[in-house]
Design a protein around this ligand. Structure first.
Ligand code: GDP
Ligand code: IMO
Ligand code: MG
Length: 415
């Protein structure tokens, strides 16, 4: 069955956009199945950086973009990204599930209000209205895309939302116009995707955020408001687990996190600064500096377990070059107990003392040298870089089959 799922294994920004683009090249469809415009997925084509918030980044390859029921949709972003695709010669409109939820102006306002109320312990959300839109959905008053095409139903929902939050929903005339414009693409996406999978068509399911930001499996409350793990493919798209033949976990060569919350291997000093600058670790959506740290094996083991990851796509190996030594957190000491696989429970993680091993680094390589490696393949990687990759494979018990060594498409090697 040609359904492939791409899941972030850390706190997001692992490079899912680039990997999705690569794997979507021979796919018929690529689907966003959770989250909304909090995501920022990057694809770099001929030095042009394309940023996707709402459409799956894999659609830059020409695969048909889809937005499934479990998402919270920012319609303005959808329209902007249809134009972005046009600018690279792709004329398409996304298929959108009738059931997808709509982020309204009021949800963004509520995101601001909630962060203010939390004052001393804000989550550091992207302020894209994600939490409030999902909470209205759970309260069963949320506006679904099909409501935008039904005046009476829309008015009813608006009344409920305004009565509850005591705020106006905001100007949504544009949203109605946009939904009318996209009318022919609003469909029963579940039936369409199942049909196509049954016909043998390849479909990529492009996860947003990362496992440790999952509302149930992440570092709650410092998480997003959706399930970011594999189960979301099934619940959001109405595609059964047996229709997914490969689950690909994406991880970067070190760890980053945007926003607040526990981060056991965080680097606060000089090495963190070096990695942040070299890896250009600034949020794709908000521009905020990302917090940076070493790889965390206990948490990665957990992510691999909860997603049933088959193989790993590994990104940003190039960023580590030039470091004399690279640290990997092998396990934690929590109150004298050794933890090899860590549930992302905030109280436990706050007490976790990472136990590190040190590996030798490899010299700084020029972009041209990395480019040559991308042509020659795995054997051409610096010896210590290969040891780094093989050590991680062994620690995680999964093969690393794809290694990205630069932001641009083409800068990768297969193993
Ligand atoms: P996503 O949210 O998981 O899709 O990741 P983002 O796009 O938010 O962040 C990843 C950033 O790293 C983007 O700027 C990518 O262009 C860039 N990137 C991806 N892979 C590599 C890589 O192998 N090396 C380098 N240096 N940058 C990469
Ligand atoms: P991609 O798909 C990194 C983080 C926010 C904040 C928390 C909650 O690009 O990997 P939200 O706006 O979702 O309510 O914010 O989640 N966050 C992300 N961090 N990458 C993302 O997406 C993120 N989406 C949300 O920074 O800490
Ligand atoms: Mg991102």
């Amino acid at each position: 069955m040609p359904g492939l799922a791409i899941i972030g294994l850390q706190w997001g920004d692992e490079g899912k956009g680039k990997i999705s683009y690569l794997l979507s090249k021979d796919a018929e469809y690529v689907v966003r199945f959770q989250g909304g415009a909090n995501a920022g997925h990057t694809v770099v084509l001929d030095d042009r950086e394309l940023r996707f918030n709402m459409l799956p980044a894999g659609s830059a390859s020409g695969a048909k973009p889809c937005i499934a029921s479990g998402t919270v949709v920012d319609l303005n972003e959808v329209i902007e990204e249809i134009e972005l695709l046009k600018s690279i010669g792709i004329n398409t409109e996304p298929l959108i599930s009738k059931n997808a939820s709509i982020v309204l102006p009021i949800h963004k306002k509520l995101d601001d209000i909630i962060e203010e109320i939390r004052s001393r312990e804000p989550i550091g959300t992207t302020r894209r209205g994600i939490g409030p839109a999902y909470s209205d959905k759970a309260l069963r008053i949320g506006v679904k895309i099909e409501d935008l095409l039904d005046y009476e139903s829309l008015q009813n929902k608006i009344r409920l939302i305004e009565d509850l939050h005591k705020l106006p929903v905001g100007d949504i005339k544009e949203y109605v116009k946009l939904a009318e414009k996209l009318y022919v693409n609003i469909c029963d996406l579940e039936i369409r995707l199942n049909d196509e999978l049954d016909k043998g068509k390849k479909i990529i399911f492009e996860g947003a955020q990362g496992t440790l930001l999952d509302i149930d499996q992440g570092t709650y409350p410092y998480v997003t408001s959706s399930n970011t793990t594999i189960g979301a493919v099934f619940t959001s798209c109405g595609v059964g687990p047996k229709k997914i033949s490969e689950i690909i976990g994406v991880m970067k060569a070190y760890t980053t996190r945007v926003g607040a919350g526990v981060f056991p291997t965080e680097l606060k000093g000089g090495e963190g600064e070096i990695l942040r600058e070299k890896g250009r670790e600034y949020g794709t959506t908000t521009g905020r500096p990302r917090r940076v740290g070493w790889l965390d094996i206990p948490l990665l083991r957990y992510s691999i377990m909860v997603n049933s990851v088959d193989w790993i796509a590994f990104t940003k190996l190039d960023v580590l070059s030039g470091l004399k030594r690279i640290k990997i957190c092998l396990e934690y000491d929590v109150d004298g107990e050794t933890i090899k696989i860590a549930s992302p429970n905030v109280r436990t993680l706050e007490k976790a003392k990472p136990i590190y091993t040190h590996l030798d680094g490899w010299p700084n390589l020029t972009r041209e040298e990395w480019r040559k490696i991308s042509v020659k393949g795995w054997d051409a990687l610096p010896e210590n870089a290969k040891i780094y990759i093989e050590t991680i494979e062994e620690l995680l018990g999964r093969p690393i089959k794809l290694i990205s060594i630069g932001a641009s498409s083409g800068m990768e090697v297969a193993k």
